[in-house]
Design a protein around this ligand. Structure first.
Ligand SMILES: [Zn+2]
Length: 424
């Protein structure tokens, strides 16, 4: 990466990378975690970048066609053409028929499932692969529970970069097909996600590739996640009271919070939402630490949930979860778990009542709504946004147990009439 390092810096809006643990500032060529303490780095921007963002007005006015309408505050040199598939600019819909004890027009769904590859991961990956182009690396690698892998494969294809995607074995065939279709080298690593994660780190160093794994490994991809906050501000004309995010390690939550904090810094608002993290009961390391009043998250032993996108035990990087936990606490949010059964019921309700087909992970935040109203954490008049992170077509097999098989008939009008009569 030596020659590539020298490219970083010219025309970049990035001032430095600052460690979220020890506070040390490092050079922009520090692609991964803090060289002193091993914690997560965070991108700091130059004052001119904020001035440009404020004067461009793009943070306030809707009408962009990708996350790159916010490029004044994305960590890429201005001379680099973004690798984009039109990610971001996702719809924000009122959820009127979920049967919640609240002002229905104040509950909204942000459809991250409608991103180009069907999940929110296109936001961080568009930034990550563009960074790979800026660095001049010869390839990218990622460890992924599926959705980031599909996204990396797609954006690498767009950028004409070779991509290697490591996934845990046992992923749904639909996710594997999507990754392979884009031409990435797809490798299933036996065991859960943390195993694939460790291997990706090792081989990236050996090959001189950029490891674009969308946990907190590199500070740059997380920046893409903050565009969801900018869009919410545009769409609502204000900051919502609550944002609910399904969370494995939590870069979407932490990234979105950074976006809201940048809006405060720009002077367009004076508050950030309460950020609430939703985990699955079968893999809930951050919930466990939150409930115990701890500051340090400990890895989960036996991850097991139908929500594959958040089935991340954090083994080997539990401190990633600690940053997410601190972010939630700083904003007055909570971390809560939902059962697989509640997730599947929410997915079905979301599809039938709102016309939104989400994969299990994508329905996790919706599953948490009812209990959070019941407990009084969410108030009837609060402005609440639930992020629907991934499309149902990512993992349709997860839903088949809920559904009757299609009714098959001979081409006979009388039969059809009787089927319709029974159904209605
Ligand atoms: Zn540090």
């Amino acid at each position: 990466l030596r020659s590539a390092d020298q490219k970083t810096g010219a025309g970049t809006p990035v001032l430095s990378l600052r460690c979220t643990g020890c506070g040390r500032e490092t050079g922009l060529d520090q692609l991964y975690k803090c060289p002193s303490c091993g914690r997560i780095l965070e991108v700091q921007y130059r004052a001119e970048a904020y001035q440009r963002a404020a004067s461009a007005g793009s943070l306030l006015a809707p009408g962009g066609d990708s996350i790159w309408s916010f490029r004044e505050l994305l960590p890429i040199a201005r001379s680099i053409e973004p690798v984009s598939l039109g990610e971001g600019c996702t719809a924000l819909l009122p959820a009127r028929r979920l049967g919640l004890p609240a002002d229905a027009n104040r509950i909204r769904l942000k459809l991250e499932s409608t991103n180009p590859t069907g999940s929110f991961k296109d936001r961080p990956v568009s930034v990550a692969v563009t960074k790979a182009v800026e660095l001049g690396v010869t390839g990218v690698i990622t460890a992924s529970s599926g959705n980031a892998g599909a996204s990396v494969a797609a954006y690498a294809a767009r950028a004409e970069l070779p991509a290697v995607v490591l996934v845990p074995d046992g992923l749904p065939a639909s996710k594997l097909t999507q990754i392979a279709m884009y031409g990435a080298t797809l490798v299933a690593v036996r065991g859960h996600f943390s195993r694939a994660f460790a291997l990706a780190r090792q081989v990236a160093d050996e090959q001189g590739w950029y490891n674009v794994t969308t946990t907190f490994l590199s500070a740059y991809p997380t920046e893409g996640n903050k565009t969801v906050a900018f869009e919410l501000f545009q769409q609502l004309g204000e900051v919502p009271d609550h944002v609910l995010v399904p969370v494995g390690s939590g870069p979407l939550l932490v990234g979105a919070l950074k976006g809201f904090r940048e809006l405060v810094r720009l002077g367009v608002t004076d508050r950030v939402p309460a950020m609430t993290a939703i985990q699955a009961e079968g893999c809930a390391p951050i919930v466990r630490a939150f409930n115990a009043g701890d500051h340090e998250v400990v890895a989960w032993e036996d991850p097991r949930t139908v929500a594959t996108g958040i089935n991340d035990p954090l083994q080997g990087y539990a401190d990633d979860g600690s940053l997410t936990l601190a972010s939630v606490r700083d904003t007055g949010g909570v971390v809560t778990a939902v059962s697989d059964e509640a997730i599947l019921v929410a997915a079905e309700l979301l599809a039938r009542a709102e016309g939104v087909f989400a994969e299990p992970t994508g329905a996790a935040a919706v599953a948490a709504l009812a209990p959070l109203y019941r407990s009084g954490f969410l108030g009837a008049g609060d402005s609440v946004v639930a992020l629907v992170t991934g499309h149902g077509l990512k993992d349709p097999g997860a839903m088949t147990g809920l559904l009757d098989p299609p009714i098959v008939i001979e081409p006979d009008i009388a039969k059809l009439r009787s089927v319709i009569a029974e159904a209605s």
